[in-house]
Design a protein around this ligand. Sequence first.
Ligand code: AMP
Length: 510
Amino acid sequence: MHVGRFLQRSARRYPRNPLWLTSDRTISYDEGATRVRRLSRSLLSLCKQGDRVALLTSNRFEGLEAHLAIIGAGMIAVPMNPRLHASEHEFILGHSGTVAIIFSANFSDHLAEIRSRLPNVRSWVVINGGHDGSLPYEQLVETAAGDMIEPIIQPEDSAWLFYTSGTTGRPKGAIQTHRVLITMIEQFLLAVAPNTVHTDVMLHAAPICHGSGSCLFPHVAVAAGNAFLKRFEPELFFDAVARFRVTATFLAPTMINRLTASEAARRFDTSSLKNVIYGGAPMHLGVLRRALDTFGPVFAQIYGQGESPFTIASLSTEEHVAALKEDRLNHLSSVGRVVPAVDVRILDDDDKPLPRGQFGEICVRGDLVMPGYWDDPGASANTLKEGWLHTGDVGYLDEEDYLFITDRKKDMIISGGANIYPREVEEVIANHTAVAEVAVIGVPDEEWGESVKAFVVLRAGKTAEADEIIEFCKDHIASYKKPKFVEFVADLPKNPTGKILKRELRTLKL
Ligand code: AMP
């Protein structure tokens, strides 16, 4: 059993169902599955099973089509976040040992910067371009035969390397095997959106390299359609919902906040929506209540991470309704109930299980959990202990199995649904010649949930402006990770062993 089978089965059952819906083209399951088989075959002539093939695309159907073709050929997909800096892409491509990359033409210049430094990447395949010596994507689709390919793929074989920002400043590649992805599909259809059917249309409005891309798999499993939003703007979102009669989408809480606040919400027909799935960052109760008032009982929450993808816990649309009806609003502040595929334990600092109601680290075991990080035994051993994935999230389980997240052990900042590790930003700022010390924290932000704030101690006799520090970050890491605020301070609060007390920075300075 492997993930590639789902598309081929859906194409046989519902050949005329739309697989991809774009503004100028609709591709049926029959045609789409043939294109994927052709692309798999072409890729097998360039690389071999088990090779890593990276993806760097905007939200367009070829990005997910290629993802399916890579996995269906028994290769390992490495989807990369388009918002990362070129040096971060370079690290991921080198670390994963990627041999081929498929990218959309708008990233040609960006990749040109690092191309000469990546001898391991032998094949460069460009979507909608081909003037830079790269292979044209459509040529790969058109030239190969479209008959069935049957690579031998085992459930434990790797399918997807999900690179997360690392606490140590280096991204880590969580290995999602075929078993993990199949379990994710089952949990989605069982506990997140059990009403998903072959007439549905999923709108990929959030980046397809992340949670929205994960939603592709259960939708393909039931032969539902997939539409795309190139850029997230409320007006464009509502227009696509009305045009494609969208039933499902995956959004970060900040995106739901923007949609609810937009006057466009009242101008378009959104009656087709039935599963608006949110997750990736905490949802504020006020935002959720306004969203429910505006769009009706269409919201489902998921809690997961790259290391245990998509659903460790879920709060279904029915549970949202019941929480409101029964006046149990605390359920809406939870991340829902633990899904059947995993066991969750709350462990203390010595890895001892804590009773219900007590705070500790959320740890997860089961078929949804990654076997480890790619080529990173140290990080794997720190994160997976005796089969238990240590999520880095702090929370508790109540008597009814509702899981609550209260904190993040790793100090991660979530801004607009994107994870930012303070350590990574601190490492950059610390390299500035005027900086003696730095500490980075997340501060509440109305629009983005959290934003990045840096506290900087300058070297004696040196000066620097906040803008200069922000620009310096932009030159070295993804722009979304740069601080929004820089405050210059004489000292940083520290404990007796010299560890910076971020808790104090948070309480003192807000
Ligand atoms: P990623 O691996 O990029 O998907 O990020 C996963 C992290 O996002 C989790 O470990 C949590 O800290 C956070 N997260 C995911 N879903 C939720 C949620 N529903 N509520 C609060 N935080 C969440």
